[in-house]
Design a binder for this molecule. Structure first.
Ligand SMILES: [Zn+2]
Length: 414
């Protein structure tokens, strides 16, 4: 249909006189037909702008459409001078040319408006995320004290994150690499920019001296800082590492990408303790879950975890926080799983509380210990309380193992 239109327009133009601007209109149509986006970008950069800008632009266009003349001028066309002919039928020819060009402009605008609406709706339906596993193949990234390679950690994390997000109907997830291959930084950038993605997440592990430690999230453009803040908050809870903050960093993949982009340094592979954790399955699952939650929170889409499964294997176990091993020293002593939430140890209230002789109840969403309501957290339907509240109210003693911070010992009063 558009071809017919082009031929029609060409015919009219040749019949009635050709100007540079009307030729421009034909070139535009041909380019549009061939989907030569790069050229279109030059002529109509607003076509490639952010949603809000398009929205504002299109709202403006609706007003403008009421006046064909302004539309044409807006397109850089001067249909009113579209004839250079001095022959007699000039008046009608000019009218005809005017009709074709202005109707073309209206049709084109209507089509564009429709396209943006479709694009907006499809964007609403699916947010595009590019996950970039840093390094690869001949570039191992940093290497830990036991010889573990950063590229392997990055790739495993990217695949786990993809597994958590790909079933989400609101998201479309792409990975820059799924195997141990090498990609130039600019290739990673171009994958995201060409799409164009709504979000770019590059996964890395840090390296410095063996004592350096902690989690940090980098952004380059200030518009990416809120995303970095959200991801950092989620990652911290999952790693239990030191908070190095959401910070500015001048890395190509987050500088040259056009969408909100962050680079995660989950932990220090150069630190023996963090290296060990970075390669633990449970740690990786927890961090992947946290990053997935952060992404969904930032994009404002419901988080719907699809526990990733590998045929023939147990579903991947995902825990929301770093686990603590809580041993209660009674005759019938037992070990429970607690959680480290931002440096505070949370323990399951009922089994431990009752084991050490307490009365555990529940009122208005809070656990009561010997009748006193305490701060409560519901994890998978189980009421958790802080180890400090529990032991204080039940007069028990509590010790955190200095060499293994994930171990806690509780001794009841005789
Ligand atoms: Zn790296």
């Amino acid at each position: 249909m558009l071809y017919d239109f082009i031929i029609d327009t060409m015919h009219t133009l040749f019949k009635n006189g050709l100007t540079l601007s009307s030729l421009g209109a034909v070139v535009f149509l041909i380019l549009k037909q061939r989907k030569m986006k790069a050229q279109l970008r030059k002529f109509l950069p607003w076509m490639f702008q952010d949603d809000n800008e398009i929205k504002a632009y299109m709202a403006n266009q609706i007003v403008i459409m009421r006046n064909q003349e302004i539309i044409m001028r807006g397109m850089g066309l001067e249909p009113w001078t579209a004839t250079i002919s001095s022959e007699k039928p000039q008046a009608t020819a000019s009218l005809s040319s005017r009709f074709y060009l202005s109707s073309w402009a209206i049709t084109t605008y209507a089509q564009l408006a429709n396209k943006y609406t479709i694009r907006r709706y499809s964007k609403m339906a699916k947010k595009r995320i590019v996950i970039d596993a840093g390094h690869g193949n001949q570039d191992p990234g940093a290497i830990g004290p036991t010889g573990k390679k950063e590229k392997d950690f990055n790739l495993t994390m990217a695949i786990k994150l993809d597994a958590l997000l790909k079933g989400n109907p609101n998201l479309q997830v792409s990975l820059t690499r799924r195997t141990d291959v090498f990609l130039e930084l600019k290739e990673r950038v171009s994958v995201a920019n060409k799409m164009p993605a709504d979000l770019f997440i590059s996964i890395h592990a840090n390296a410095a001296s063996s004592s350096a430690n902690g989690t940090e999230t980098f952004y380059n453009r200030t518009t990416s800082a809120p995303l970095a803040g959200v991801i950092q908050r989620h990652m911290l809870a999952a790693t239990g590492f030191k908070d190095r903050g959401a910070r500015y960093g001048n890395f190509a993949v987050i500088r040259d990408t056009k969408m909100d982009a962050v680079l995660l340094e989950v932990g220090f592979i150069s630190n023996p303790e963090e290296e060990k954790k970075l390669f633990q399955d449970d740690f990786q699952n927890r961090v992947a879950l946290a990053v997935a939650q952060g992404i969904c929170e930032y994009l404002g889409v419901p988080f719907d975890v699809q526990a990733p499964t590998v045929p023939g294997q147990e579903p991947v176990k995902v825990t929301p926080y770093p686990e603590m091993s809580v041993t209660v020293h009674t005759a019938a002593g037992s070990t429970y799983t607690g959680y480290n939430v931002k440096g505070t140890t949370w323990v399951p209230s009922r089994p431990i509380g009752e084991l050490i002789g307490g009365r555990i109840g529940y009122t208005k969403g809070k656990v009561t210990i010997n009748g006193e309501a305490v701060e409560t957290m519901n994890i998978d339907g189980v009421g958790y309380v802080t180890a400090r509240d529990l032991t204080k109210l039940l007069d028990a003693r509590i010790f955190w193992d200095k060499t293994t911070p994930s171990r806690v010992e509780i001794y009841p009063k005789n």
